[in-house]
Structures are given as structure tokens and as C-alpha cells.
Design a protein around this ligand. Structure first.
Ligand SMILES: [Cu+2]
Length: 144
């Protein structure tokens, strides 16, 4: 009986208060840790998805052809459907780019340093030439 009275009146409140504090201290950090780890995982995966999709889009979407010394290069050039090909005249005389059938694309006469772009939407095999120097020819293969 002498033990019970002190236990119930004072130490219970003290011990329950003592118990609550360590419990919070023990439980909260793991929860915060889990939240931080989850947030970090989501953030990094979202960032990685964005970065890789941008890198992929850059890889697939554009290709370049240089016109130099009466030559298109690289030729043949193989690209994926949807790629935009840009021809740049690096020769010191004017050139142009026209598809063989004269139906798909036709640039204006490009002076030195000027460019012309065309997006190849459909898979196929495309011959083109320079209308000023018809012996200048190039070839592009568009894959699905
Ligand atoms: Cu030419």
C-alpha cells in the first residue's frame, strides 16, 4: 500500500510523460526518413525521365548535311521518320536542294552559310540533287 500511493499520484504522470517523449523521438525520425527517401526517389526519377526524354528527342529529331566542294555529306544519310534534316551550304558558291521528283521539297538558292530544313515524316528512300549543278546528288534513307 505504501508503494501504490506514490506510484499512482506522482510517478505515473511523470513516467507516462517520459514514455511519450522517447516514443515520438523514436517514431518520428524513421517516418521523416521514409518521406525524404520517397520524395527523393520520386524527384530523381521525374528528373531522369525529363532529362532522358530531352536527350532522346535531340538524338532522333535532327540531322545535318553539309554542302562543300560540290558534294553533299554525309550521303547516304540514314535517319528515323520524323527527323528534320538541315542542309547548310559551306561552299563558296550557291547551291540548292531539290528532291528527285521535284514534289517533296525544294530550297531556294542557298548562298554561303545559308541553310534549308525539311522534316521526313514517312519512311522511304529519297534522292535529291542541286538544281544549279544537277550532277550533285545526295541520298537519304528514312527508317520507321
Ligand atoms: Cu550546286
Amino acid at each position: 500500500m505504501q508503494f501504490r500511493t506514490p506510484r499512482v499520484s506522482r510517478p505515473v504522470a511523470a513516467s507516462s510523460a517520459r514514455k511519450k517523449t522517447p516514443l515520438r523521438q523514436l517514431l518520428l525520425p524513421p517516418i521523416l526518413l521514409v518521406l525524404v527517401v520517397v520524395a527523393w526517389t520520386v524527384a530523381t526519377s521525374v528528373a531522369w525521365t525529363i532529362v532522358s526524354s530531352i536527350a532522346h528527342a535531340d538524338d532522333a529529331a535532327v540531322a545535318a548535311v553539309s554542302i562543300d566542294n560540290f558534294t553533299f555529306g554525309p550521303s547516304p544519310l540514314t535517319v528515323k521518320a520524323g527527323t528534320t534534316v538541315t542542309w547548310t551550304n559551306r561552299d563558296d558558291i550557291p547551291h540548292s536542294i531539290v528532291d528527285k521528283d521535284r514534289k517533296l521539297f525544294r530550297s531556294k538558292v542557298l548562298d554561303t552559310g545559308e541553310s534549308f530544313s525539311f522534316t521526313f515524316s514517312n519512311p522511304g528512300s529519297y534522292d535529291y540533287f542541286c538544281s544549279l549543278h544537277p550532277h550533285m546528288t545526295g541520298h537519304i534513307v528514312v527508317e520507321p
